[in-house]
Structures are given as C-alpha cells and as structure tokens.
Ligand binder design. Structure first.
Ligand code: KG4
Ligand code: ZN
Length: 335
C-alpha cells in the first residue's frame, strides 16, 4: 500500500511517501521569496508552489524507491490555507490520481497536524492512546482538540483572534526581525530574562484564548522603550523576546491545563509549528508530569508544515474508505 502525500497550504511545497504505513520519504521545499516582505505573499506562494510541485513529488518518489505506477492513493491538503496555494496542490493531485487511475483523499491540514503523532519512521516513537488532548499551535491556528480516534476529533477551544505563531511572528516583526520570527524569538529568549518586562495574559471565557491584547501591549512597550532612548529595543532584544515568549506560553499552558480538567484523557500532545518552541515543549512536559499523563511532542520536522502528516492522514482516510471525488475543490477556511 503506497500513499503519496502532498502539502501546499501555505509557504511550503512538500511531498511524502508511506509504504504500508511506514514513512519512506519526506521532501520539503521552503520559499525564501517571502522573507523580504515580512510575511507570506499569497500570489508569490502560488507561483513558487507551481514551480516546486513536480520536482518535489518526483524527489519524494525517488527517495522512497517507488515508481509512479506503484502509488495506490494520492492524499492532498484541501484546507485550511491560502486559496491559491491550495489550488496548486489540489489540481496537481486531481490530475495525478486521474492519470494513474487511483483514488484520492482530501486532508484537513489541522487534522494532519494532529496525526503527525502517528508517523512511523523507524525511530520507535510511541503513538498516543485515545482519547488524548492535543494543542495544535501553528502560524494560522491555535486549537485545543479532544482526539477520540484518528478521524474522530472535537475542538474544545481556540484563539479568538491571532494564532500563537502569529503572535510570535508579529512581535518579532515589531522588533525589526525577519519573517518568520517565531524561531528567532525562541533563540533570543533563551538568553534573556523572562521577567524583565511585564506583559498581560488576557483571559477569555471557556477554553478560548486571545493574543491581540498581548500584541498591543508589546507594541506599546516597544514604543515606550524607543522613546526613552533610540536603540534601546535592540539592546534589550533578548529580554523582550524572553518576556514575550513567556507570556504566549503562559496563555497556552494555562488553557491546556484547564482543558485537561474536562477529563478522561490518556495523553497530552502538542503539534504544529509553534510546538518547536523550546519553552512550550518544556512547560508541556512539566504539565504532563504534574497530571501523570504521557506527553507526545513530534520531532521538529513533523511539527512545522510537512507532507508526512498529510500522507499519514491519507492512510487513515483511505482505510476508512473516505475518498474524494475528482471535482473536489480547496476549502481555504476552517469550518
Ligand atoms: O505549522 P506551521 O509550519 O505552518 C502553519 O500551518 O502555520 O507553523 C509556522 C509557525 C510560524 O508562525 C513560526 O514562527 C512558528 O510556527 N514557529 C515557532 C517556532 N518554530 C516555528 N514559534 C515559536 N518558536 C519556535 N521555535
Ligand atoms: Zn500547519
């Protein structure tokens, strides 16, 4: 059973191959064109996907030692994401599946982030048992999800405004750092004092979160420092990064702790780009230990956008017989 997975929802063109549920290749082409613009430019992303998709899929098949004719099912990300970017992957998958005469499956990107925990790559990493709680934190989404089965997920809460990754990226941008700023903030923060500056942790009802108040407070703080003395923001960049990271992670961990109270979970897991964050990983491990729950954190390569997780989702959807028609269109928004 050979599954070809294709991911093109944002600014990464990726393809992966699973053979009998085992990952055989995981190829990813990033897009440098966005860096100079301080964020992803949708039209540039679509064009870069168009250029990359054929070579990326070829490389994935080649690395897996699989011929095109051996592919049994084509899995692709149908959304959420940028419409133009999704269209490239969707159209490619449709033609590919039609040419090969094989079925295809349409994958929800957020479900795929959760299924990253089930990628088998020979490392012997254990998979979580059901039900588990998953905090999905990426550049576009922040969700607390109850996972009762590979395709049985319930959203318990999420952000009302910015995503956690967006909060990192926007904070970094305000400090004059290049896109994506999350990893840079993480690195700077390691050398700074997380208590140097006081920042708010706004609370909203239920298990929802909000990051816009924090963003505004951070913006005001930077302006105050810059008014005090030119160059002060740069001088204090490590302490600023540490304080921002501390606040974002506090908000995430606080809500995760509360979500665990809804009870009955057999594991605690995080996924999505922001789960590469060192402080978040550490704090989630501590929370798991406090609650006597095993913790699951994918290796960084499966946290950020990749096609291995899409192929994994494809594996489960195909097994459940949930195939997509050739008339499938991308769905840019989550709903
Ligand atoms: O899952 P992902 O690759 O793409 C989306 O689906 O959005 O997540 C990308 C996000 C970006 O906002 C990036 O800044 C953030 O993940 N990110 C991090 C770290 N590594 C990536 N944020 C904080 N700390 C990191 N180490
Ligand atoms: Zn993602």
């Amino acid at each position: 059973m050979v599954v070809l997975g294709i991911e093109s929802s944002c600014d990464e063109t990726a393809a992966a191959v699973l053979v009998d549920g085992e990952l055989r290749s995981n190829v990813i082409a990033g897009q440098d064109v966005h860096q100079q613009w301080g964020g992803v430019v949708p039209e540039l992303a679509s064009r870069a996907h168009q250029e990359a998709i054929v070579p990326v899929v070829d490389a994935a098949l080649k690395q897996a030692g699989v011929a095109r004719e051996q592919v049994d099912v084509v899995a692709f990300t149908k959304g959420p994401g940028l419409i133009g970017a999704l269209l490239v992957g969707t159209c490619f998958a449709r033609s590919y599946a039609q040419a090969l005469g094989v079925p295809m499956v349409a994958v929800d990107h957020l479900q795929a982030h959760v299924l990253a925990h089930f990628i088998r790559d020979g490392s012997g990493r254990p998979a979580p048992e059901f039900p588990f709680l998953n905090l999905t934190v990426s550049g576009g989404h922040t969700l607390l999800v109850r996972v009762d089965g590979p395709l049985d997920m319930t959203v318990l809460g999420g952000t009302r405004d910015d995503a956690a990754g967006e909060a990192f990226d926007k904070g970094a941008k305000m400090m004059g750092l290049p896109y994506p700023g999350g990893p840079l903030i993480d690195r700077l923060a390691d050398q700074g004092d997380p208590h140097a500056f006081e920042l708010p942790r706004p609370r909203v009802a239920g298990l929802d979160m909000s990051f816009s108040g924090l963003k505004t407070a951070f913006h005001d703080l930077l302006r105050r420092l810059e008014r005090e003395r030119k160059g002060l923001v740069e001088e204090r960049s490590k302490d600023l990064a540490a304080s921002l990271r501390h606040a974002i992670v506090d908000i995430l961990v606080d809500r995760t702790r509360e979500a665990l109270r809804s009870g009955g979970f057999r594991g605690l897991a995080i996924s999505g780009g922001v789960s590469a964050n060192r402080l978040l990983r550490e704090r989630i491990r501590v929370l798991g230990a406090q609650e006597a729950l095993p913790v699951f954190i994918p290796p960084p390569a499966y946290c950020t956008d990749n096609a291995a997780m899409v192929a994994m989702a494809g594996h489960f959807l195909h097994a459940a017989g949930r195939h997509a028609g050739l008339d499938t269109v991308p769905v840019p928004r989550h709903g």
